[in-house]
Design a binder for this molecule. Structure first.
Ligand SMILES: CC(C)(COP(=O)(O)OP(=O)(O)OC[C@H]1O[C@@H](n2cnc3c(N)ncnc32)[C@H](O)[C@@H]1OP(=O)(O)O)[C@@H](O)C(=O)NCCC(=O)NCCS
Length: 254
């Protein structure tokens, strides 16, 4: 690759066009490092010209945004210091009231024009410190989803079928990950590509989720195994407390 092509490749990974790159880098150099409420306020106004935001986005200092034209933020989205959002096509969309805590990474990493790439997050979610999402196959997250610290959601796998070739030269597969509403992924959970985690599920600390989890599962371990159904556990508790009849538990199992 010649110098010019290398430069073009570099710029393609930074922004959606060269004029935009110049404007974005200027604004972010001037305002990106400014701490305190003053910094949050000035970025809230200026960054609205760089990305698509409803209302004033709350963005702390030292947040790195690549291709901000492909980032959509709902109202009251909060992005803590040190986060990194890389929105190569199809971009990143974050719903109203969602918070990204320190060091969170959302990276679409779509240098190969993958058709399903992107990260779509619903409303009122919370991503704990250093959580990292790779969106090559598309990551779809519902409303009210919570992650602990250092959760990894990776919608991509490397092909390694040929032992005589470098793995890095064998390409990737990218199917996508879906996490439905009201899921809690505890600290250090890893979700691998192709998985759907059903509504209302809880995944215990350190688990690796490599198969679909039905709604309201409590799953733990490596690989993650379902140890309870939240609805059954709750029904048993209520039954013990005399609030429901055991008949209701039987109905739920049907
Ligand atoms: C899963 C979790 C929520 C516990 O839920 P719970 O409903 O109280 O479940 P229990 O403690 O009854 O555990 C059920 C079974 O799963 C096992 N288990 C629980 N958590 C586990 C984990 N993280 N990894 C492996 N096994 C686990 C228990 O040992 C138990 O197994 P057993 O029946 O053979 O004894 C909790 O263990 C956990 O992982 N919390 C996450 C803490 C965290 O990351 N906090 C950060 C804040 S976001």
């Amino acid at each position: 690759m010649g110098m010019v092509q290398e430069l073009q490749y570099y710029l393609k990974g930074q922004s959606t066009s060269i004029p935009r790159y110049i404007v974005e880098q200027t604004v972010m150099t001037l305002l990106g490092g400014l701490p305190s409420l003053l910094g949050v306020g000035l970025r809230g106004i200026a960054y609205k010209a760089l990305l698509k935001a409803d209302g004033i986005p709350l963005i702390e200092h030292n947040v790195r945004l690549l291709s901000p034209a492909n980032i959509r933020l709902g109202e009251r989205v909060y992005i803590d210091a040190g986060c990194y959002l890389n929105a190569l096509p199809g971009g990143i969309s974050i719903g109203a009231g969602t918070s990204l805590m320190h060091g969170v990474i959302f990276h679409v990493f779509n240098y190969r024009d993958l058709p399903k790439a992107g990260i779509w997050v619903g409303k009122n979610c919370f991503f704990g410190e250093y959580t990292c999402i790779r969106g090559q196959g598309g990551v779809h997250i519902g409303d009210g989803v919570y992650t602990g610290t250092q959760v990894q959601i990776a919608a991509v796998n490397h092909v390694y079928s040929d032992p005589d070739k470098y793995i890095k030269d064998q390409g990737i597969t990218a199917e996508g990950i879906t996490i439905e509403d009201d899921v809690w992924l505890a600290s250090n959970v890893v979700v691998v590509d192709g998985v759907t985690i059903g509504k209302g599920s809880v995944v215990g600390a350190g688990a690796v989720v490599n198969k679909n989890l039905p709604p309201y599962s409590v799953a733990v371990g490596v690989p993650a195994r379902v140890v309870k159904d939240r609805r059954e556990a709750s029904a048993v508790r209520k039954a013990v407390e005399g609030q429901v009849h055991f008949g209701q538990l039987e109905d739920m199992r049907k």
